[in-house]
Design a protein around this ligand. Structure first.
Ligand SMILES: Nc1nc2c(ncn2[C@@H]2O[C@H](COP(=O)(O)OP(=O)(O)OP(=O)(O)O)[C@@H](O)[C@H]2O)c(=O)[nH]1
Length: 368
């Protein structure tokens, strides 16, 4: 606040000094106000108007000079996409590549139930203060105030870049609308990148509309899961997305040039209206035994209702000393890998989708 007042005072002072120093320029300005023939007859009102235009022009000039001489504004890159398409995988790649190129990335991770679980995986590359976790379903409405607060609390630094990963059911269009206001001058207007699973694009039944919403204000669409699909399918998906957002560019995982992302311009594509409630999904989490028999865990994951589209969790398996992170994506694939973070919240099973009910989950776990 004090800095802002001081800066404004300095700018005004500079502008007034310039007014005094450039009398000849004032004469030039008088000419621009249509008084070429009788400069001495300029009325008080015209003079005041001229002075205010001149000073305000100078203010703009000085402000831009000061901003240029300070840090370059920081890109804010928002990663969206349906559940399990590969947003965190992309974020991990981006963080690693930006660090390698001497940038200073900050990340904000939003997820259902327990964003800390995912955020801990980044401690391998980032300091704790470079990572913020934001649990909760809706950063596109009720959660946007907290998201903006977290973003605005990120310190200014050289070569800064901030990545935000939205949860997989976010109303990506509303998110950009709300996030576009109230950010510090430190930041450029946020840009959105959408991750799309080419194999499963628009095979989400009732959730197709939500998936389509998640590409409509994106500047770039990253085409994932493209290894096992025909080139025809890739072209069809691109054409489909282009019909929703004609200004988006496309990159496959291998074509993506991570360091060029800050050069993207925010999309001005107008999006179709979506019933925002479609972005509010049920989710819940329950504790898991530690350790657990790995066959029993697979049995639990396979017994979950089909309406549950995303599963994540962490516990120790069999005789392992280390914890394991496991997950199930909407296609039904189950992946298990060692968990390197600190398990701050204890062993958990997290589920997202209609039918997420802690009582039902406990029954499935006890009966396995
Ligand atoms: N085969 C294949 N697997 C992928 C690809 N991208 C990501 N995955 C895997 O898919 C799983 C889910 O990836 P995440 O990056 O966690 O997906 P996400 O979009 O962050 O998921 P949520 O935000 O939790 O919904 C992980 O096991 C990834 O390794 C891809 O292009 N092909």
């Amino acid at each position: 606040m004090f800095f802002q007042l001081a800066l404004n005072g300095l700018i005004k002072g500079l502008a007034i000094l310039q007014v005094l120093a450039y009398k000849s320029m004032i004469v030039y300005k008088l000419e621009n106000f249509g008084n070429q023939n009788n400069r001495t007859c300029l009325g008080k009102a015209s003079f005041t108007k001229m002075l205010s235009v001149f000073v305000s022009e100078r203010l703009v000039d000085y402000k831009s000079i000061l901003i240029e001489s300070n840090a370059v504004q920081e890109a804010v890159i928002v990663i969206v996409g349906f559940l399990g398409v590969g947003k965190t995988t992309l974020l991990t790649r981006l963080v690693q590549e930006y660090l390698k190129a001497n940038w200073q990335p900050y990340i904000i991770l939003n997820d259902y139930q327990n964003a800390v679980l995912d955020s801990q995986r980044f401690l391998e590359f980032l300091q704790p203060d470079q990572i913020q976790a934001l649990s909760g379903s809706c950063i596109c409405c009720s959660g946007v105030v907290e998201l903006r607060r977290q973003l605005n609390s990120i310190p200014e630094r050289k070569h800064g870049v901030t990545f935000i990963e939205a949860n997989g059911t976010s109303d990506a269009c509303s998110l950009m609308e709300f996030l576009g206001v109230g950010l510090k001058e430190q930041f450029l207007p946020p840009i959105q990148i959408s991750v799309v699973d080419v194999q499963n694009w628009q095979k989400r039944g009732y959730h197709n509309e939500l998936e389509a919403n998640q590409v409509q204000v994106s500047s770039l669409v990253v085409l994932n899961h493209a290894a096992n699909v025909s080139p025809n399918r890739v072209e069809r998906v691109k054409a489909d997305i282009a019909s929703l957002n004609s200004s988006a560019s496309f990159k496959t995982w291998s074509e993506l040039d991570s360091l060029s992302l800050p050069n993207l311009k925010a999309s001005n594509n107008s999006a179709d209206q979506m019933d925002h409630k479609k972005a509010h999904w049920a989710s819940c989490s329950v504790d898991l035994p530690d350790p657990i028999d790995s066959k029993k865990l697979i049995g639990i994951l396979e017994s979950l209702p089909d309406t549950i589209l995303r599963v994540k969790g962490c516990t120790r398996m069999d005789q392992d000393e280390h914890y394991s992170y496991f997950e199930k994506i909407p296609s039904g694939d189950i992946v298990v890998r060692p968990y390197r973070g600190t398990l701050a919240s204890g062993t958990k099973l997290l589920v997202v989708g209609p039918g997420s009910d802690p009582e039902k989950l406990r029954q499935i776990i006890d009966g396995a």
